[in-house]
Design a protein around this ligand. Structure first.
Ligand SMILES: Nc1ncnc2c1ncn2[C@@H]1O[C@H](COP(=O)(O)OP(=O)(O)OP(=O)(O)O)[C@@H](O)[C@H]1O
Ligand SMILES: [Mg+2]
Length: 237
């Protein structure tokens, strides 16, 4: 199962979502891989891995198992990663004249039950190529008017049959957040039901360098990410 977490908008919680969903998947017993595609290497940082690719982003698409050779184990059981480094800023250029994601993911699909891609907040040839091979695109959204506007523009361009938006960073004290979540639930098909609130425990991931479940295993949010993951798995097939 190949899942991209993507939004053209920055700072909406893509990386946070990838890391916590991958933890939920790994905990359920599935061999899980995070492929960090963002030159910022934030998912790599959350997993305490070195932001370094042996052959740079060019090597990821080399003929003989390029991406597969970059797989590292994390400190978490069942959870692996292909780290990011700064060379990924040129991924569109590096993908030219090479076989793209369709070929790179083949050995990964055999070795892992779930592969989650942490996408950068940009559009381009690499993102388009990736979205052509994944089973679903999960889209974290903050419930604001501009965020919804970008989503509707992006949805038409993405045209992926399994585009799965959900609300993140929700503050129920804010009337606009409550109204937008309710409006989407009633009028916008395909929204996932699980809502992730804005929570200081989630922000602490940056200090702890770990998924929420590692340092706050009793938090109800760990269960929320598990429910979100279950919903995605059901919706992706
Ligand atoms: N539900 C949440 N509650 C509180 N803070 C959150 C939540 N989700 C994300 N954040 C915080 O918001 C910030 C942005 O999150 P994150 O890095 O996951 O977004 P992103 O979409 O991956 O950003 P970028 O577009 O730069 O890759 C981080 O500081 C993160 O800790
Ligand atoms: Mg990110």
């Amino acid at each position: 199962m190949l899942i991209a977490v993507y939004n053209l908008k920055g700072g909406v919680g893509k990386t946070t979502t990838v890391v916590n969903l991958a933890f939920a998947s790994a905990q359920s017993g599935a061999r899980t891989l995070i492929w960090d595609l963002d030159a910022q290497a934030a998912a790599t940082y959350y997993l305490r891995l070195k932001p370094s690719l042996d052959k740079g982003s060019k090597g990821l698409f080399a003929k003989k198992k390029g991406a597969f050779k970059e797989v590292c184990s994390s400190e978490i059981h069942n959870l692996y990663a292909i780290p990011a480094d700064y060379s990924l800023r040129k991924i569109d250029q590096h993908l030219k004249n090479q076989k793209g994601f369709a070929s790179a993911v083949k050995p990964l699909s055999k070795a892992f039950d779930a592969v989650l891609f942490d996408c950068p907040p940009m559009a381009g040839a690499a993102i388009e190529d990736l979205l052509g091979v994944v089973d679903a695109v999960v889209v974290p959204l903050i419930p604001t008017t501009l965020s919804m506007r970008t989503f509707h523009q992006m949805k038409q361009k993405l045209a992926h049959p399994k585009t799965l938006p959900f609300f993140n960073l929700v503050d129920r004290r804010k009337r606009m957040h409550r109204d937008i979540c309710e409006y989407a639930r009633l009028n916008d098909e395909g929204f996932l039901e699980t809502i992730i609130p804005s929570a200081s425990d989630i922000e602490k991931m940056g200090l702890e360098c770990a998924p929420l479940g590692v340092f706050a295993s009793n938090s109800p949010l760990v269960r929320s990410y598990q429910l979100l993951w279950d919903e995605i798995v059901r919706a992706a097939f």
